[in-house]
Each structure stands twice: as structure tokens, then as C-alpha cells.
Design a protein around this ligand. Structure first.
Ligand code: SF4
Length: 375
């Protein structure tokens, strides 16, 4: 099974925390669509004969695309690739782009899952982040999406903003629960270098909650999800029933995928490839038939580190036996010895022949996982 990702880098404005590749110059949308179409056609053999299980339109703001363009991409995949009989086809959308006609057209194009960038139901947070919608608009958008028949809805939340307390987080989560949202992602606001948020913090204009408060919010999130029947299946992802995000799950399970568009990444089992993060250079390279990506072959060490990095993010964790089968007995022993140190501190648990991070462990997953890497 495999996935296809489209990166649509256009946004109407920039959010304060954003470090995804995006541009607010919307003049070249159609030109880019044509180039991405060419890239898709050129790469029809990249995934060999693997069946496409999921298609994901991410960004940027893919809800700025016309539904006809989305239909063209999906139809092309159907004719150029082998596709599952019931693929998951997700579009990331901003609430301010949602209307009944738009959702109707998306459904006709084949979209069956919407990932909605709500971020918060608190207007003061939305304003601070530079989002273009209000809490009320987010609620209306969710209502429209479901009334128009898309029930597989995921909501993105961001916690840890200035002035955002555990009570605010619980109120946001209660809204999701009341609306019976089957999937949500909750991310801690992180000031990445180069973002406006980072600048504001460096200038002393903004202060984020301290680590203790961040941890309290994270644990409230975990407890809330457990109490309300959400499976915490990945560090930042929660679902009910079988509404797991199949596309993202594919990344964490090491499945292969093909990324189309500027800054999109691809993986074919042996190498990783990343397209140039520049609209200008991507378009120019495609038009001139030049290389628009960089690529690296993965060594055994890379593959082992990637396996730990992805598997330990999930509630299925790592099966030491899998390490033995794929990487040898020495690495299995090395892994068990390394991870056992964290078990005593309550960060790791052993479960049905697997070991996985506890909620506390997930909060500090970066430092745990990197300590287990081969260097
Ligand atoms: S809408 Fe998304 S991609 Fe665009 S600036 Fe905001 S966070 Fe970044």
C-alpha cells in the first residue's frame, strides 16, 4: 500500500507560528497546477505497482484550489496508478474557505475526508495566531461539512499559546466531544526559528507558558481523550473507532509515498527525495525539464533510525522481534538495553511483546528517541 501527497503552498496570509513552505503571492496558482500535473505524470512509475491507499492534499492551503483541479488530479491518479477500491482522500481546509457549494463540489471530485485547520475555539488565540477565521466560523464550517455528507472530519488544535490555560484547552476539547468529531490532532505551539512567533519571543514581546504548564496541558489532553473514548494513537493524534488517519499512519508504518509540488517529500523504500522549497525554482525546473529535487539513498543506519523515529511515535510502539528480523540481534539487544532505562522512570511500557512510550514518555519523545539512535 502507498500514498500520494500534493503540497499546495498558497495561503491568503501568514500565521504567526508557521514554518511550512508557503507563499502569500497567489498569482501563480494555475501555473503551479500545470507543473504539478506534469510532475505527477512523470512520476507514474515511482511507486511501482503498489496500490494507492490514500491521497492527501496538504499545504499551505489546498482549499484555495478549484474543485475541478482536485478532480483532475484524482482522475489522473485513477488512470496512471493502481488505486484501492476505497481510498482515503483528504483535503486540508481553512474554515474561511468552507461553503456548501464548495463541499458539494469536493465530494463530487472524490474528497471523502476533511482536515480542518481550526486551531482553537478561542477568538483571542485565533487573533494572536493571525488566523483569518473566528471560532463561530469554525463551528459553522464543521456543520456545513457534515450536512453535506462528509463525516470523516479531523480538527487541528494548537495548545500552549500565551494566555491559553488548561481550562481553555478543556473547553475546546469539550466542543469536539459535543460535536462528536471522530478525529483530532493537537499540537503544542512551538516557536520555530524564522517564524514571526520566534521573532516576537526573541524581542520579549511574547512569552509562552513554561514547560510545567505545557506538560499539564498535555496530560489534560491525554486524560480527556482516554475518558471520552478517543484512542491516542500517535503523539499528537486521537481518533474514535476506525477513524484513524490512514495517510499519516502510512508514514509512521514506513509505507512508501510520492510527494508532488514544491517542498513535497517522497520515500520509495530505498531513498528519500525532497522537492525544492521554492515556487519560482520548482516551476522553472519543471518547465525546463531540469531536476527539481534532491535525493539521498538510505543506509542501514538511516533505516534503523527512521524505524525507531516513526514507530515510537505511535501507540503500537516497537516490537523488539521486528528489530531482530530486520536489523539483527545486536541491534535488538542494544535497543532493549537503551529503552529499559526509561521504563523505570515511567516513560516506557512493555505490552504484548512490544514497547511503547507512555503519555509522559510521549511528551519528551524527542529526547528519548534520539538517545536510541545509531550515530
Ligand atoms: S494557513 Fe497553514 S500553511 Fe498557511 S500560513 Fe497558516 S499555518 Fe502556515
Amino acid at each position: 500500500m502507498a500514498g500520494i501527497y500534493f503540497h499546495i503552498p498558497f495561503c491568503k496570509s501568514s500565521c504567526v507560528y508557521c514554518d511550512f513552505y508557503h507563499t502569500i503571492d497567489l498569482r501563480r496558482i494555475e501555473e503551479l497546477e500545470k507543473c504539478m500535473y506534469r510532475e505527477l505524470e512523470e512520476r507514474r512509475t515511482y511507486l511501482e505497482q503498489e496500490v494507492i491507499e490514500s491521497i492527501y492534499f496538504g499545504g499551505g492551503t489546498p482549499s484555495l484550489l478549484k474543485p475541478e483541479t482536485i478532480l483532475l488530479f484524482i482522475d489522473s491518479i485513477r488512470s496512471w496508478f493502481k488505486i484501492d477500491s476505497k481510498p482515503e482522500i483528504t483535503l486540508e481546509a481553512n474554515p474561511d474557505d468552507i461553503s456548501r457549494d464548495f463541499i458539494k463540489a469536493l465530494r463530487r471530485a472524490g474528497i471523502n475526508r476533511i482536515s480542518l485547520g481550526v486551531q482553537s475555539f478561542q477568538d483571542f488565540v485565533l487573533e494572536f495566531m493571525g488566523r483569518r477565521h473566528t471560532a463561530n466560523k469554525a463551528l459553522k464550517s464543521i456543520d456545513i461539512i457534515r450536512r453535506e455528507g462528509i463525516i470523516n472530519v479531523s480538527v487541528d488544535l494548537i495548545y500552549g499559546s500565551p494566555g491559553y490555560t488548561t481550562n481553555h484547552l478543556l473547553r475546546d476539547l469539550q466542543i469536539l466531544e459535543r460535536l462528536d468529531i471522530p478525529h483530532f490532532s493537537a499540537y503544542l505551539l512551538t516557536p520555530e526559528k524564522g517564524t514571526l512567533l520566534y521573532q516576537k519571543i526573541s524581542d520579549g514581546e511574547v512569552t509562552l507558558p513554561g514547560e510545567e504548564e505545557q506538560f499539564e496541558q498535555y496530560m489534560s489532553l491525554c486524560e480527556f481523550s482516554a475518558r471520552n473514548g478517543y484512542r491516542h494513537y500517535e503523539i499528537s493524534n486521537f481518533c474514535k473507532g476506525d477513524f484513524i488517519a490512514r495517510h499519516n499512519k502510512g508514514y509512521w508504518e514506513g509505507k512508501i509515498y510520492c510527494g508532488i509540488g514544491p517542498s513535497a517529500h517522497s520515500y520509495n523504500g530505498n531513498s528519500r527525495r525532497w522537492n525544492i522549497s521554492s515556487l519560482y525554482h520548482y516551476i522553472l525546473a519543471i518547465k525546463e525539464g531540469r531536476q527539481y529535487y534532491e535525493e539521498e539513498q538510505l543506509s542501514g543506519k538511516d533505516r534503523y533510525n527512521e524505524y525507531l523515529l516513526t514507530a515510537l511515535r505511535t501507540d503500537e510502539g516497537v516490537r523488539p522481534e521486528t528489530i531482530r528480523e530486520n536489523f539483527g540481534k545486536d541491534l535488538e539487544e542494544n535497543f532493549v538495553k537503551g529503552i529499559s532505562k526509561f521504563a523505570g522512570k515511567g516513560y516506557v511500557e512493555f505490552y504484548k511483546g512490544r514497547c511503547r512510550l507512555t503519555d509522559q514518555g510521549m511528551f519528551i519523545s524527542d529526547s528519548i528517541i534520539s538517545s536510541l539512535f545509531l550515530t
